[in-house]
Design a protein around this ligand. Structure first.
Ligand code: HGY
Ligand code: MN
Ligand code: MN
Length: 399
C-alpha cells in the first residue's frame, strides 16, 4: 500500500477550499479563469513541485504535475460551478496529489496528477479536457462565450503568463479519477465507495426565441409575440414528448434563462435559454435532440417567433476500463469490505474525455444528503479518507 497521509490530504483539501471561499458553509465560488481559480491553480502547482512532481500548465490552463517519463495519471478539476461545493473536482485533484506525493516518498510507482480547466463548462461541457483530447480545437473553443458574453479566448488569456505546451497523452498509462457521488445512493445504502462502471452522455446548447417587445398593459394577449410564452409552450411540449422515450435515469434541464429586457411591464421580446439533456444511451440522446429541434421550430412557427440554435456541445456515454475497475474493486473490498458497490455516473466528468485517449476508471465517495452544485455540498471526513485509501490501494495493484 502506498503510505498516504490522511491528515496532510485533509489539510490540503481545506487549504484549497479557501480559494474562493463563499462564506456560506464550506461553499466555494471559483469559476474557471476567475481570480480565485487562477490563484488556486498556482497554489496547486506549488504543492505539486513540493511533492517532487514537474508542474506544467497547458495553453488552456489545465495543470499537470508530472512524474517520470510514463506514469498513471490521477486528478479531476479545481474550477467550480457559480455556486459550488468544496469537494466537486477538488477531491480528485487533492487525493491524486496525495497518492502521487506518497508514491514519490515510497520510491514509486510514478503517479502524475492533473487539474483540468473549466470542467464545469462555463464555456460548454468539460472544456479543458475536451480541448486537451482534441475533440474541440483551440480555435473553436476560443469562439465560445459564457452566459455573460466573455469569450474563452479572453478568459484563458488571463493565464497566458502561466501557459506552457500541451502535455502529450502518451506520457500516461491510464487515468483514475476520485469524485464525490453528487447523488443519494451511497448514503441511502450506507455504502462508503462507488466503483463507476459507466458515465452518461450529455448534450448542451443555447436556444433563442425572438418575438416582439411591447407594452404589458396595452398589448392584447392574442396580438403578442411573447418570447417567454414561446419558451413555456416549448417546455410543456418536450416534457410530454420525452415521456414517450425516456427512462427514470434520463434527465433534462433548462437551467439558465435570460429574458430581454426582463422588466415587469414589458412583454419579453427575447428568451435565451440553456437546454441540456443526459442519458446512458447515445441513440436516446439523438432522439431527444430531434424532439427539441422539431418542437422549437413548431412553436416558433405557430407564434411567429424567430428561432436560433447555438452550437450543440456534448459527450457520448463511456464505459470504464475493466482492469482499472477491478483494481478499484479489490482495494474497496480491502478498505471497506462489503460496503461498496458498482454504479453508473449521472454526472459528467473529465474521465469521459480522457477515456478516448487511455483506459480510465472512477471512484465515488458519498455526498451528504446527495447534495452537490450547492454551497451545502459535503462528505464526512472519514469517507474522504476511505476514498483516498482505496485510490492508494488500487495504484499498488496496478504496479
Ligand atoms: O454537470 C456535471 O455533471 C459536472 O458536475 N460538471
Ligand atoms: Mn466535478
Ligand atoms: Mn460539477
Amino acid at each position: 500500500m502506498i503510505p498516504v497521509q490522511p491528515e496532510r490530504f485533509l489539510k490540503d483539501l481545506h487549504d484549497l477550499r479557501q480559494f474562493g471561499a463563499a462564506g456560506v458553509g464550506k461553499g466555494v465560488v471559483r469559476p474557471a479563469y476567475s481570480e480565485a481559480d487562477i490563484a488556486a491553480r498556482q497554489w496547486l502547482a506549488g504543492r505539486m513541485q513540493a511533492a517532487g512532481l514537474q508542474p506544467q500548465f497547458d495553453p488552456v490552463g489545465n495543470l499537470f504535475g508530472i512524474a517520470g517519463e510514463t506514469s498513471l495519471l490521477m486528478g479531476s478539476h479545481s474550477d467550480s460551478q457559480p455556486e459550488g461545493g468544496w469537494l466537486d473536482g477538488a477531491l480528485g485533484v487533492v487525493a491524486g496529489l496525495e497518492v502521487a506525493r506518497a508514491a514519490q516518498e515510497a520510491g514509486g510507482p510514478p503517479v502524475s496528477v492533473v487539474s483540468f480547466q473549466d470542467e464545469e463548462g462555463r464555456w460548454g461541457v468539460t472544456t479543458g479536457s475536451t480541448v486537451w483530447r482534441g475533440k474541440l480545437s483551440l480555435d473553436e473553443a476560443d469562439r465560445l462565450e459564457d452566459h455573460g458574453g466573455l469569450s474563452f479566448a479572453e478568459a484563458r488569456a488571463r493565464m497566458a503568463d502561466l501557459a506552457g505546451d500541451w502535455v502529450p497523452a502518451d506520457r500516461f498509462t491510464g487515468f483514475v479519477e476520485a469524485h464525490i457521488e453528487q447523488g443519494p445512493w451511497l448514503e441511502k445504502t450506507g455504502e462508503k465507495v462507488g466503483v463507476v462502471e459507466a458515465i452518461v452522455g450529455i448534450r448542451d446548447m443555447r436556444i433563442t426565441f425572438a418575438g416582439q417587445q411591447n407594452h404589458a398593459g396595452t398589448t392584447p394577449m392574442h396580438l403578442r409575440r411573447d418570447a417567454f410564452q414561446g419558451l413555456a409552450e416549448f417546455n410543456r411540449r418536450i416534457n410530454a414528448r420525452f415521456a414517450e422515450i425516456v427512462t427514470p435515469a434520463t434527465v433534462w434541464t433548462i437551467g439558465h434563462v435570460a429574458l430581454t429586457p426582463s422588466a415587469s411591464s414589458i412583454v419579453p421580446g427575447k428568451a435565451v435559454f440553456s437546454m441540456q439533456w443526459r442519458d446512458g444511451a447515445a441513440e436516446r440522446l439523438e432522439k431527444m435532440e430531434k424532439i427539441i429541434r422539431d418542437t422549437a421550430a413548431e412553436v416558433a412557427a405557430e407564434r411567429d417567433l424567430g428561432l436560433d440554435f447555438g452550437t450543440m456541445l456534448g459527450l457520448d456515454p463511456v464505459q470504464m476500463d475493466d482492469g482499472l475497475q477491478a483494481a478499484l474493486a479489490a482495494a474497496a473490498e480491502e478498505v471497506c469490505p462489503g460496503k461498496w458497490r458498482r454504479m453508473p455516473s449521472g454526472a459528467l466528468h473529465d474521465a469521459s474525455n480522457v477515456s478516448n485517449l487511455m483506459p480510465v476508471a472512477m471512484l465515488f465517495v458519498p455526498s451528504i444528503g446527495g447534495i452537490s452544485h450547492d454551497f451545502a455540498e459535503d462528505t464526512a471526513e472519514d469517507d474522504l479518507v476511505a476514498g483516498l485509501k482505496v485510490l492508494a490501494g488500487a495504484v499498488a495493484r496496478l504496479q
